[in-house]
Design a binder for this molecule. Structure first.
Ligand code: ZN
Length: 242
């Protein structure tokens, strides 16, 4: 990679989504001197059977801050409510303004093939927010900003038609990523019955095995971005054919 310092931004619907689906890549980028920001559109405060939403909201925001610190990343938690993330012009412009403010090069978000309405709305808000951010004619307090790349993360709740396009080797930061995840009560199994750590440890190990490294996280391109112009067939980088 070139010496250029990049800004990676992961936009998730709830605290925890960005960390568990793309945290390995976040750790890898920050370790290499790049900047990373995790944006949580809602705290994900409503799923705790023992704590009120208000108490759990505060706990989750603290967990997000501690987790981001371990990953060497910045964090933003927006004001929307868990389960009620709106797919509105106001929210798209909120993402537009945020993108113009933090000026990321690479954005990672949810794939729309999800069974969670907040995740589906996060997909739409991000896609349209980054589009608005790039258009100078959308007049907002800050000037237009165009991102360079956008990917969708692999999330157990967003499985429909997910097709990985790139595998990123996260072996060098695997333990750091796990440390950042263990900060979250949700991932320690204290909130929900789904065994997040077992699932995602299994996933990154399986994805790693697919490409011959210890652990990898995969990402999907927007279908339009699959158009891959080449001058010549890349024989210096052979693809797996059998
Ligand atoms: Zn979520």
């Amino acid at each position: 990679m070139s010496e250029e310092k990049l800004h990676l931004c992961v936009i998730g619907a709830h605290i925890g989504d960005a960390e568990i689906t793309a945290g390995g890549v976040v750790c890898k980028y920050t370790a290499a001197g790049h900047k990373a920001t995790l944006v949580h559109l809602t705290p994900g405060e409503k799923g705790n059977p023992r704590l009120s939403s208000e108490v759990y909201r505060k706990q989750k925001i603290k967990e997000a801050e501690e987790s981001a610190k371990i990953m060497g990343a910045e964090v933003r938690v927006l004001e929307y409510k868990d389960g009620e993330l709106p797919n509105t012009e106001e929210a798209k412009l909120r993402i537009c303004d945020l993108v113009r403010e933090i000026k990321p090069d690479i954005v990672i978000t949810h794939w729309k093939g999800s069974f969670h309405k907040d995740h589906i709305n996060c997909y739409h808000l991000t896609m349209e927010g980054v589009f608005y951010a790039a258009l100078p004619g959308i007049e907002r307090p800050l000037p237009a900003h165009s991102i360079k790349l956008l990917y969708f993360a692999e999330n157990w709740e967003d499985p429909f038609d997910y097709q990985p396009d790139v595998w990123v080797d996260i072996s060098s930061v695997y333990e750091q990523w796990l440390e950042a995840l263990r900060v979250h009560a949700l991932f320690r199994g204290e909130v929900a019955s789904f065994d997040y750590l077992r699932y995602y440890q299994g996933l990154v190990n399986m994805r790693g095995a697919e490409v011959g490294v210890n652990q990898a996280q995969t990402f999907m391109l927007p279908p339009i971005s699959r158009k891959n112009l080449i001058d010549w067939f890349p024989v210096d980088k052979p693809v797996l054919i059998f």
